[in-house]
Design a binder for this molecule. Sequence first.
Ligand code: HGY
Ligand code: MN
Ligand code: MN
Length: 419
Amino acid sequence: MTRILRINRDRLWASLTELKQIGAYDDEATGLRGVRRLALTDADAEARRRCVGWMLEAGLEVRIDRIGNVYGTRPGRDRSLPCVLMGSHIDTVATGGAFDGTLGVLGGIEVMRTLNDAGAETLRDIEVGFFTEEEGVRFGTDMLGSAVTAGRIPLDHALKLTDQDGKTVLDELVRIAFDGDAHERRPIPHAYIECHIEQGPILAGAGVDIGIVEGVQSISWQRLIIRGEAAHAGTTPIASRHDAGLVAASVVVMARQMCDSGEFGQLRATVGNFDLGVGQTNVVPHQATLTIDLRSPADDLMTAAEQHLAAYVDELAARHGVDVTWERMAKTAVVLFDPSIQDLLAATAEDLGLPSVRVMSGAGHDAQEIAAICPAAMVFVAGENGGVSHTPREYSSPEACGNGVDVLANAILRLADQA
Ligand code: HGY
Ligand code: MN
Ligand code: MN
């Protein structure tokens, strides 16, 4: 009879409640307390130290690698065997909530505490980790720490990335004393499971708490810099303007039209950053900088969308006499998770009496990077308020979080006893 673990839900919720205080801010738009813990800021550093404290209290061996990823290890009987790894991230976007990433890290720590309470001994080591700069909001590329671990991004490139004030990842790792010495290309795990909120409406729509994640859609992040010519708003004839702002605004409209057209499948496009520089009422903008985030479940349609947008921008540049420069920030293809780990998660949910559905992830996750080095999958937890995320309105109930981490705990236990 397979052992069934039940985590301590109050203890998990207490950890989530405590961590969300770190980096808390009053969000004007929602009137709620949000979480602002950008990677390697003082708030992130404080949260990192708190999680390391919880790992040590759970008796874990803690190590920090050279990109600032942190791992806590619970020894198994046979330490020569590859470990089973859980993890996620604790950095947030600037308008973050209390669950994105943190559920997977605090859930993993809760799994360790629960194993301790049960006096459970496992064949393999079990590890829980958190990866640096998963959100990409500060240093410009997402899943940074896990991508370095998986070898997609070289360490020296990652350490040189800068934020908008010119501070490098390395500067900030040293400043917050998380410039570890463990090698970032860590020993290959036996398997990896990440518990994460869905951040969308599918699970709630299906009336279930649990999602078994089949994979992650492709992601394209680009920065577009448009250089036109400043000119007087009143005296300059329309036909002779080189209006960078007009070109930028046209790109925003086109990106949405491409999504609505259906020509590019289930494309999603977001211009989240739109900057007209000095911004003067009576001056035609001479420069515009915007970021374009594209998502698609189909790599070929993602390529088609990028090409279509590039051709459109070229045509605008010629028509309006502006110069354009594209900068690649991030690009990841569709990633499909390991079917056997998915099936293990589904069977575990069933053994726990939890209905689940299979779902593709709309958001990027560290799991998509770790999937490059070992069998990996995710268990999603349903969100409320339509599953909204990257906003202080992000919310999953204690029940749903407890169910998700119960699935994580039991799946990890089964993997940790696999010979
Ligand atoms: O952007 C994403 O999909 C994730 O939240 N980093
Ligand atoms: Mn996340
Ligand atoms: Mn996120």
